[in-house]
Design a protein around this ligand. Structure first.
Ligand code: PAP
Length: 348
Protein backbone atom coordinates (compact mmCIF):
# COMPACT_ATOMS: atom_id res chain seq x y z
CA UNK A 1 0.00 0.00 0.00
CA UNK A 2 1.46 3.35 -0.95
CA UNK A 3 1.47 6.04 1.68
CA UNK A 4 2.52 9.14 -0.12
CA UNK A 5 0.94 12.53 -0.53
CA UNK A 6 -1.34 12.37 -3.54
CA UNK A 7 -0.12 14.32 -6.54
CA UNK A 8 -3.74 14.81 -7.46
CA UNK A 9 -4.43 17.77 -5.15
CA UNK A 10 -8.19 18.19 -4.61
CA UNK A 11 -9.62 21.64 -5.22
CA UNK A 12 -11.44 23.10 -2.19
CA UNK A 13 -15.08 24.10 -2.58
CA UNK A 14 -16.30 27.59 -1.70
CA UNK A 15 -16.95 27.45 2.06
CA UNK A 16 -20.72 28.16 1.82
CA UNK A 17 -21.11 24.96 -0.22
CA UNK A 18 -19.34 22.73 2.27
CA UNK A 19 -21.73 20.71 4.44
CA UNK A 20 -20.76 20.26 8.08
CA UNK A 21 -19.65 16.64 7.57
CA UNK A 22 -17.15 17.82 4.97
CA UNK A 23 -15.70 20.75 6.88
CA UNK A 24 -12.08 20.04 7.48
CA UNK A 25 -10.08 23.19 6.89
CA UNK A 26 -9.27 23.93 10.51
CA UNK A 27 -7.30 21.34 12.39
CA UNK A 28 -7.34 22.09 16.12
CA UNK A 29 -3.89 23.18 17.38
CA UNK A 30 -3.78 20.24 19.80
CA UNK A 31 -3.64 17.75 16.89
CA UNK A 32 -2.24 19.80 14.02
CA UNK A 33 1.37 18.58 14.06
CA UNK A 34 0.29 14.99 14.47
CA UNK A 35 -2.25 15.07 11.63
CA UNK A 36 0.11 16.85 9.25
CA UNK A 37 2.87 14.34 9.96
CA UNK A 38 0.77 11.38 8.79
CA UNK A 39 0.95 9.81 5.34
CA UNK A 40 -2.09 10.79 3.33
CA UNK A 41 -3.95 9.93 0.15
CA UNK A 42 -6.78 11.58 -1.75
CA UNK A 43 -10.09 10.73 -0.06
CA UNK A 44 -13.33 9.44 -1.57
CA UNK A 45 -15.40 12.27 -0.12
CA UNK A 46 -13.15 14.35 2.12
CA UNK A 47 -10.04 15.84 0.55
CA UNK A 48 -7.69 13.44 2.29
CA UNK A 49 -7.47 10.18 4.12
CA UNK A 50 -4.63 9.98 6.68
CA UNK A 51 -2.96 6.73 7.68
CA UNK A 52 -2.94 6.33 11.47
CA UNK A 53 -2.14 3.08 13.30
CA UNK A 54 -2.62 1.15 10.07
CA UNK A 55 -6.06 2.59 9.19
CA UNK A 56 -7.28 5.49 7.04
CA UNK A 57 -9.19 8.48 8.42
CA UNK A 58 -10.45 11.76 6.96
CA UNK A 59 -8.98 14.96 8.37
CA UNK A 60 -12.15 15.59 10.32
CA UNK A 61 -12.49 12.08 11.68
CA UNK A 62 -8.85 11.65 12.72
CA UNK A 63 -9.27 14.53 15.14
CA UNK A 64 -12.16 12.75 16.80
CA UNK A 65 -10.06 9.58 16.94
CA UNK A 66 -7.15 11.39 18.62
CA UNK A 67 -9.54 13.10 21.01
CA UNK A 68 -11.11 9.83 22.12
CA UNK A 69 -7.71 8.28 22.67
CA UNK A 70 -6.77 11.20 24.88
CA UNK A 71 -9.98 11.97 26.71
CA UNK A 72 -12.52 9.11 26.64
CA UNK A 73 -12.85 6.98 29.78
CA UNK A 74 -15.12 3.98 29.62
CA UNK A 75 -17.37 2.86 32.46
CA UNK A 76 -17.40 -0.80 33.44
CA UNK A 77 -20.93 -1.35 32.16
CA UNK A 78 -20.67 0.63 28.92
CA UNK A 79 -21.94 -1.02 25.77
CA UNK A 80 -19.94 -0.07 22.70
CA UNK A 81 -21.14 -0.98 19.21
CA UNK A 82 -18.22 -1.17 16.79
CA UNK A 83 -18.68 -1.47 13.05
CA UNK A 84 -16.89 -0.77 9.84
CA UNK A 85 -18.83 1.88 7.94
CA UNK A 86 -21.71 0.47 5.87
CA UNK A 87 -21.84 -2.87 7.62
CA UNK A 88 -25.26 -2.34 9.18
CA UNK A 89 -24.56 0.18 11.95
CA UNK A 90 -27.94 1.88 11.61
CA UNK A 91 -29.81 -1.41 11.95
CA UNK A 92 -27.84 -2.69 14.92
CA UNK A 93 -28.03 0.65 16.73
CA UNK A 94 -31.80 0.44 16.45
CA UNK A 95 -31.89 -3.16 17.67
CA UNK A 96 -29.57 -2.69 20.65
CA UNK A 97 -31.25 0.57 21.66
CA UNK A 98 -34.64 -1.16 21.62
CA UNK A 99 -33.50 -4.21 23.51
CA UNK A 100 -31.58 -2.50 26.33
CA UNK A 101 -34.35 0.08 26.77
CA UNK A 102 -37.31 -2.27 26.41
CA UNK A 103 -38.49 -1.84 29.98
CA UNK A 104 -38.64 1.95 29.51
CA UNK A 105 -40.08 1.82 25.97
CA UNK A 106 -42.06 -1.44 25.76
CA UNK A 107 -44.51 -0.17 23.13
CA UNK A 108 -42.80 -0.32 19.74
CA UNK A 109 -45.83 1.12 17.92
CA UNK A 110 -46.39 4.28 19.97
CA UNK A 111 -44.07 6.72 21.73
CA UNK A 112 -40.95 4.74 20.93
CA UNK A 113 -37.92 7.03 20.33
CA UNK A 114 -37.05 5.20 17.10
CA UNK A 115 -40.37 6.27 15.58
CA UNK A 116 -39.29 9.90 15.64
CA UNK A 117 -35.49 9.83 15.89
CA UNK A 118 -32.85 8.38 13.59
CA UNK A 119 -30.71 5.65 15.23
CA UNK A 120 -27.57 7.76 14.65
CA UNK A 121 -29.08 10.62 16.64
CA UNK A 122 -30.04 8.27 19.47
CA UNK A 123 -26.64 6.58 19.50
CA UNK A 124 -24.00 8.98 18.24
CA UNK A 125 -20.67 7.73 16.91
CA UNK A 126 -18.16 8.92 19.50
CA UNK A 127 -15.43 10.20 17.20
CA UNK A 128 -17.76 11.66 14.58
CA UNK A 129 -20.03 13.60 16.89
CA UNK A 130 -19.40 13.88 20.63
CA UNK A 131 -15.59 14.09 20.40
CA UNK A 132 -15.42 15.84 17.05
CA UNK A 133 -13.65 19.20 17.32
CA UNK A 134 -15.49 21.83 15.29
CA UNK A 135 -14.35 25.13 13.85
CA UNK A 136 -10.93 25.06 15.53
CA UNK A 137 -12.52 24.51 18.94
CA UNK A 138 -12.24 21.37 20.92
CA UNK A 139 -14.73 21.03 23.73
CA UNK A 140 -14.47 17.76 25.64
CA UNK A 141 -18.04 16.47 26.12
CA UNK A 142 -19.34 15.89 29.62
CA UNK A 143 -20.71 12.40 29.07
CA UNK A 144 -22.11 12.18 32.59
CA UNK A 145 -24.57 14.95 31.77
CA UNK A 146 -25.42 13.46 28.35
CA UNK A 147 -25.93 9.89 29.60
CA UNK A 148 -27.67 9.23 32.88
CA UNK A 149 -25.83 5.96 33.34
CA UNK A 150 -26.62 3.61 36.22
CA UNK A 151 -26.16 -0.05 37.04
CA UNK A 152 -29.46 -0.88 35.28
CA UNK A 153 -29.01 1.58 32.47
CA UNK A 154 -25.62 1.38 30.81
CA UNK A 155 -24.35 3.94 28.35
CA UNK A 156 -24.83 2.74 24.79
CA UNK A 157 -22.13 4.25 22.60
CA UNK A 158 -20.78 3.55 19.15
CA UNK A 159 -17.59 3.88 17.17
CA UNK A 160 -15.95 2.79 13.92
CA UNK A 161 -12.50 2.66 15.56
CA UNK A 162 -10.26 -0.32 14.76
CA UNK A 163 -9.30 -2.38 17.81
CA UNK A 164 -5.72 -1.13 17.78
CA UNK A 165 -6.94 2.46 18.17
CA UNK A 166 -9.38 1.92 21.04
CA UNK A 167 -8.43 3.79 24.20
CA UNK A 168 -6.84 1.59 26.89
CA UNK A 169 -9.76 2.22 29.21
CA UNK A 170 -12.05 0.44 26.73
CA UNK A 171 -9.66 -2.46 26.17
CA UNK A 172 -8.94 -2.99 29.85
CA UNK A 173 -12.34 -2.42 31.43
CA UNK A 174 -15.10 -5.06 31.55
CA UNK A 175 -17.25 -2.95 29.21
CA UNK A 176 -18.84 -4.94 26.38
CA UNK A 177 -18.06 -4.59 22.69
CA UNK A 178 -20.49 -5.70 20.02
CA UNK A 179 -18.74 -5.91 16.66
CA UNK A 180 -20.61 -6.07 13.36
CA UNK A 181 -18.95 -6.93 10.05
CA UNK A 182 -20.40 -7.48 6.57
CA UNK A 183 -19.07 -9.11 3.45
CA UNK A 184 -16.57 -6.66 1.95
CA UNK A 185 -18.14 -6.68 -1.53
CA UNK A 186 -21.45 -5.35 -0.17
CA UNK A 187 -19.57 -2.93 2.10
CA UNK A 188 -17.76 -1.59 -0.94
CA UNK A 189 -20.91 -1.14 -3.03
CA UNK A 190 -22.71 0.50 -0.12
CA UNK A 191 -19.77 2.84 0.59
CA UNK A 192 -19.40 3.80 -3.05
CA UNK A 193 -23.08 4.77 -3.27
CA UNK A 194 -23.00 6.54 0.10
CA UNK A 195 -19.95 8.71 -0.62
CA UNK A 196 -21.28 9.72 -4.02
CA UNK A 197 -24.60 10.56 -2.47
CA UNK A 198 -22.97 12.83 0.11
CA UNK A 199 -20.95 14.72 -2.48
CA UNK A 200 -22.12 18.25 -3.22
CA UNK A 201 -23.71 18.53 -6.67
CA UNK A 202 -20.82 20.63 -7.90
CA UNK A 203 -18.34 17.79 -7.30
CA UNK A 204 -17.72 14.97 -9.73
CA UNK A 205 -18.93 11.53 -8.70
CA UNK A 206 -16.36 8.80 -8.03
CA UNK A 207 -16.34 6.09 -10.66
CA UNK A 208 -16.82 2.56 -9.39
CA UNK A 209 -13.48 1.57 -10.92
CA UNK A 210 -11.41 4.21 -9.09
CA UNK A 211 -13.19 3.61 -5.78
CA UNK A 212 -12.74 -0.14 -6.16
CA UNK A 213 -8.99 0.20 -6.65
CA UNK A 214 -8.71 2.34 -3.51
CA UNK A 215 -10.87 -0.06 -1.53
CA UNK A 216 -8.72 -3.01 -2.58
CA UNK A 217 -5.62 -1.12 -1.46
CA UNK A 218 -7.31 -0.58 1.88
CA UNK A 219 -7.63 3.17 1.29
CA UNK A 220 -11.18 3.79 2.48
CA UNK A 221 -12.61 5.37 5.61
CA UNK A 222 -11.49 3.14 8.55
CA UNK A 223 -10.04 0.68 6.01
CA UNK A 224 -8.60 -1.77 5.26
CA UNK A 225 -11.94 -3.34 6.06
CA UNK A 226 -10.47 -6.89 6.38
CA UNK A 227 -7.85 -5.72 8.90
CA UNK A 228 -10.58 -3.95 10.85
CA UNK A 229 -12.63 -7.13 11.15
CA UNK A 230 -9.60 -9.33 11.82
CA UNK A 231 -8.60 -7.16 14.80
CA UNK A 232 -11.93 -7.73 16.53
CA UNK A 233 -12.18 -11.35 15.38
CA UNK A 234 -8.94 -12.14 17.17
CA UNK A 235 -10.04 -10.48 20.41
CA UNK A 236 -13.47 -12.12 20.25
CA UNK A 237 -11.76 -15.52 20.02
CA UNK A 238 -9.50 -14.75 22.98
CA UNK A 239 -12.06 -12.90 25.11
CA UNK A 240 -15.57 -13.97 24.08
CA UNK A 241 -17.02 -12.33 27.20
CA UNK A 242 -15.59 -9.00 25.96
CA UNK A 243 -16.38 -8.98 22.23
CA UNK A 244 -19.45 -10.43 20.52
CA UNK A 245 -18.56 -10.77 16.84
CA UNK A 246 -21.57 -10.53 14.53
CA UNK A 247 -22.00 -10.62 10.78
CA UNK A 248 -24.74 -8.60 9.00
CA UNK A 249 -25.35 -11.33 6.45
CA UNK A 250 -25.86 -14.00 9.13
CA UNK A 251 -28.08 -11.68 11.14
CA UNK A 252 -30.25 -11.02 8.12
CA UNK A 253 -30.68 -14.78 7.68
CA UNK A 254 -31.50 -15.54 11.31
CA UNK A 255 -32.35 -12.32 13.10
CA UNK A 256 -34.33 -13.93 15.94
CA UNK A 257 -31.56 -16.18 17.27
CA UNK A 258 -28.97 -13.43 16.87
CA UNK A 259 -31.00 -10.92 18.84
CA UNK A 260 -31.49 -13.42 21.64
CA UNK A 261 -27.75 -14.10 21.70
CA UNK A 262 -27.05 -10.38 21.68
CA UNK A 263 -29.43 -9.79 24.59
CA UNK A 264 -27.75 -12.54 26.61
CA UNK A 265 -24.27 -11.21 25.87
CA UNK A 266 -25.29 -7.71 26.99
CA UNK A 267 -26.83 -8.99 30.22
CA UNK A 268 -30.43 -8.24 29.14
CA UNK A 269 -31.68 -11.75 28.28
CA UNK A 270 -35.27 -12.20 27.14
CA UNK A 271 -37.34 -14.22 29.60
CA UNK A 272 -39.47 -17.09 28.29
CA UNK A 273 -42.50 -14.94 29.02
CA UNK A 274 -41.12 -12.05 26.95
CA UNK A 275 -40.29 -14.42 24.13
CA UNK A 276 -43.77 -15.96 24.22
CA UNK A 277 -45.24 -12.46 24.31
CA UNK A 278 -43.56 -11.68 21.00
CA UNK A 279 -41.16 -9.06 22.42
CA UNK A 280 -38.19 -10.21 20.31
CA UNK A 281 -40.30 -10.20 17.16
CA UNK A 282 -41.72 -6.76 17.94
CA UNK A 283 -38.23 -5.28 18.28
CA UNK A 284 -37.16 -6.89 15.02
CA UNK A 285 -40.25 -5.57 13.26
CA UNK A 286 -39.64 -2.08 14.55
CA UNK A 287 -36.08 -2.19 13.20
CA UNK A 288 -36.69 -3.63 9.73
CA UNK A 289 -35.35 -1.73 6.77
CA UNK A 290 -38.87 -1.15 5.44
CA UNK A 291 -40.23 0.12 8.73
CA UNK A 292 -37.37 2.46 9.63
CA UNK A 293 -36.79 3.79 6.13
CA UNK A 294 -40.46 4.71 5.71
CA UNK A 295 -40.70 6.76 8.90
CA UNK A 296 -41.10 10.48 8.34
CA UNK A 297 -37.94 11.26 10.32
CA UNK A 298 -35.86 9.00 8.11
CA UNK A 299 -37.41 10.20 4.86
CA UNK A 300 -37.02 13.90 5.51
CA UNK A 301 -34.73 14.48 8.51
CA UNK A 302 -31.02 15.22 8.76
CA UNK A 303 -28.30 14.48 11.28
CA UNK A 304 -26.79 17.45 13.13
CA UNK A 305 -23.68 16.92 11.00
CA UNK A 306 -25.72 17.51 7.84
CA UNK A 307 -26.19 14.06 6.29
CA UNK A 308 -29.75 13.27 5.20
CA UNK A 309 -31.18 10.42 7.25
CA UNK A 310 -32.39 8.72 4.09
CA UNK A 311 -28.77 8.33 2.94
CA UNK A 312 -28.39 5.55 5.54
CA UNK A 313 -31.15 3.48 3.93
CA UNK A 314 -30.41 2.31 0.40
CA UNK A 315 -31.42 -1.29 -0.39
CA UNK A 316 -30.54 -3.20 2.76
CA UNK A 317 -29.95 -6.45 0.88
CA UNK A 318 -27.36 -9.19 1.13
CA UNK A 319 -25.45 -9.76 -2.11
CA UNK A 320 -26.34 -6.56 -3.96
CA UNK A 321 -22.70 -6.50 -5.13
CA UNK A 322 -23.61 -8.88 -8.00
CA UNK A 323 -25.34 -5.94 -9.65
CA UNK A 324 -22.18 -3.80 -9.67
CA UNK A 325 -18.96 -5.82 -9.69
CA UNK A 326 -17.55 -7.33 -12.89
CA UNK A 327 -16.21 -10.91 -12.80
CA UNK A 328 -12.67 -9.45 -12.77
CA UNK A 329 -13.44 -7.20 -9.82
CA UNK A 330 -15.05 -10.10 -7.98
CA UNK A 331 -12.03 -12.31 -8.57
CA UNK A 332 -9.67 -9.60 -7.40
CA UNK A 333 -11.45 -8.76 -4.15
CA UNK A 334 -12.17 -12.43 -3.36
CA UNK A 335 -8.51 -13.25 -3.72
CA UNK A 336 -7.44 -10.32 -1.49
CA UNK A 337 -9.93 -11.34 1.17
CA UNK A 338 -8.93 -14.99 0.99
CA UNK A 339 -5.28 -14.10 1.36
CA UNK A 340 -5.89 -11.67 4.24
CA UNK A 341 -8.13 -14.02 6.19
CA UNK A 342 -6.08 -17.14 5.54
CA UNK A 343 -5.63 -19.19 8.70
CA UNK A 344 -7.68 -16.81 10.86
CA UNK A 345 -10.89 -18.85 10.90
CA UNK A 346 -12.85 -15.73 9.86
CA UNK A 347 -15.08 -16.08 6.81
CA UNK A 348 -17.35 -13.54 5.20
P1 PAP B 1 -22.98 3.85 8.52
O1 PAP B 1 -21.74 3.06 8.78
O2 PAP B 1 -22.74 5.06 7.65
O3 PAP B 1 -23.75 4.14 9.75
P2 PAP B 1 -24.49 1.53 8.01
O4 PAP B 1 -25.77 1.69 8.71
O5 PAP B 1 -23.44 0.70 8.66
O6 PAP B 1 -23.91 2.93 7.60
O7 PAP B 1 -24.73 0.84 6.60
C1 PAP B 1 -25.75 1.22 5.75
C2 PAP B 1 -26.24 -0.06 5.09
O8 PAP B 1 -27.13 -0.71 5.99
C3 PAP B 1 -26.99 0.22 3.83
O9 PAP B 1 -26.75 -0.91 3.00
P3 PAP B 1 -26.91 -0.87 1.41
O10 PAP B 1 -26.18 0.32 0.91
O11 PAP B 1 -26.30 -2.15 0.92
O12 PAP B 1 -28.36 -0.82 1.14
C4 PAP B 1 -28.40 0.30 4.34
O13 PAP B 1 -29.38 0.14 3.35
C5 PAP B 1 -28.40 -0.83 5.35
N1 PAP B 1 -29.46 -0.66 6.36
C6 PAP B 1 -29.86 0.49 6.96
N2 PAP B 1 -30.86 0.24 7.81
C7 PAP B 1 -31.11 -1.08 7.75
C8 PAP B 1 -32.04 -1.93 8.41
N3 PAP B 1 -32.93 -1.44 9.27
N4 PAP B 1 -32.00 -3.24 8.13
C9 PAP B 1 -31.11 -3.74 7.25
N5 PAP B 1 -30.20 -2.99 6.59
C10 PAP B 1 -30.20 -1.67 6.83
Amino acid sequence: MSAIISKDEPSPLPSHLIPCYLQENDIVPEFKNMVLSLPREKGWLASYLHLYQGFWHSTRQIQGVLSIQKHFKSLDNDILLVTTPKSGTTWLKAIIFSLVNRSVFPDTKHNHPLLTTNPHTLVPILELSLYMPSKSKHVIPDLSSIFKASVDSPRFLSTHLPYVSLPDSVKNSPCKLVYLCRNPKDVFVSLWHFTNRLKPESCAQNTIEESFEKFCEGVSSYGPVWDHSLGYWKVSSERPEKVLFLNYDDMRKEPFSHVKKLAEFLGFPFSTEEENNGDVTRILELCTFDNLSNLEVNRTGKLSSGEENKAFFRRGEVGDWVNYLTPEMTKKIDSIVEQKLHGSGLKF
